[in-house]
Design a protein around this ligand. Structure first.
Ligand SMILES: [Zn+2]
Length: 98
């Protein structure tokens, strides 16, 4: 199998990819599930100025700044482990190829 390319997602594209339950999981992880080395804790004030990517495993990767201290933080959200999401991501990749 060919390795998938890492692609940037905007918020609109992310919302197309995620179902309601996954959107909730995304928000939850963003607000309570990103660890900050500087704070030595999860980012209590969430993650700001973040970018979103779909990685080679069709996981969603968030990179941004800790809302509390501004340190660089990131997290891989393993949505690609869900076959339904994975299939949707493959279709999405085809749709943006042209
Ligand atoms: Zn922090």
């Amino acid at each position: 199998m060919k390795k998938l390319k890492e692609i940037n997602l905007n918020t609109f594209q992310l919302n197309v990819l995620l179902n309601e339950q996954e959107k909730e999981a995304f928000e939850m992880l963003l607000n309570e599930g990103v660890y900050c080395m500087q704070c030595n804790d999860v980012c209590k004030d969430g993650v700001v100025d973040y970018s979103i990517k779909l990685n080679s495993l069709n996981d969603v990767v968030v990179d941004g700044d800790c809302g509390t201290c501004g340190n660089k933080v990131g997290r891989v959200m393993e949505f690609g482990e869900d076959p339904t999401f994975f299939a949707k991501a493959v279709e999405f990749r085809k749709s943006i190829q042209n």
